[in-house]
Design a protein around this ligand. Structure first.
Ligand code: 5GP
Length: 204
């Protein structure tokens, strides 16, 4: 059985990365897709763990070779998902979280109709502002730019299969876990297991 691709989008400061990290730690068969980006690493970020940090020239080469399943410009930098990396994980039966923006989500939805979209909402824009300030990794100008974009991004939430409001991290995580568990239990994904258990009976 192939794994499930989960597209997870959220406005900056909604707590998406924390939630996704918790989910990957919790489910043994869930992985995080490591995107390629032309932005510089923030303090504490590690190449090959948080992102593959690459130069513009290398990004262009990857585009030319058709290596991206999707890519987009976000906040003036470019981000993309490698088709090969994702296919490799899915073919091993692993489910994968793609933490990508709304433009990337549109592209994946078209290319992988079975992908499951989850939109994480902050309880308010002010809560985002507070989180981004506490994170202390972006300038005030950058934070305000991200919050303006957030207002546009939130309008796309109805295109996703699930919406989770991150008002409280543990409560939001419980909901996230339910989404992953429910998707794994969907009938089309369980048919192989069913025939494994009741093979002879169902084949008659
Ligand atoms: P940050 O710079 O804060 O890590 O990420 C900025 C934005 O880029 C976030 O909305 C994040 O979800 C998005 N992003 C990260 N990786 C990808 C990717 O591979 N593709 C797309 N389209 N967006 C991405």
């Amino acid at each position: 059985m192939g794994g499930i691709p989960f597209i997870v989008s959220a406005p900056s400061g909604a707590g998406k990365t924390t939630l996704c990290k918790k989910a990957v730690d919790f489910f043994p068969d869930l992985r995080h897709s490591i995107s390629y980006t032309t932005r510089l690493p923030r303090a504490g970020e590690v190449n090959g763990v948080d992102y593959w940090f690459i130069e513009d020239r290398v990004f262009d080469e990857m585009i030319a070779r058709g290596e991206f399943l999707e890519y987009a410009g976000v906040y003036g930098k470019r981000y993309g998902t490698s088709k090969k990396d994702l296919d490799h994980l899915l073919s091993e039966g692993l489910s994968v979280i793609l933490e990508i923006d709304i433009q990337g989500a549109d592209q994946i939805r078209e290319k992988i109709p079975g992908a499951v979209g989850v939109f994480i909402l902050p309880p308010s824009i002010e809560a985002c502002r507070v989180r981004l300030r506490q994170r202390g990794k972006d300038s005030t100008e950058e934070i305000e730019k991200r919050l303006n974009i957030a207002l546009e991004e939130v309008k796309r939430a109805p295109l996703y299969d699930y919406i989770i409001i991150n008002d409280d991290l543990e409560a939001a995580f419980e909901r996230f876990k339910s989404v992953v568990a429910a998707e794994k239990a969907r009938t089309p994904r369980m048919l192989e297991a069913v025939s494994g258990i009741f093979g002879a009976a169902t084949e008659k």
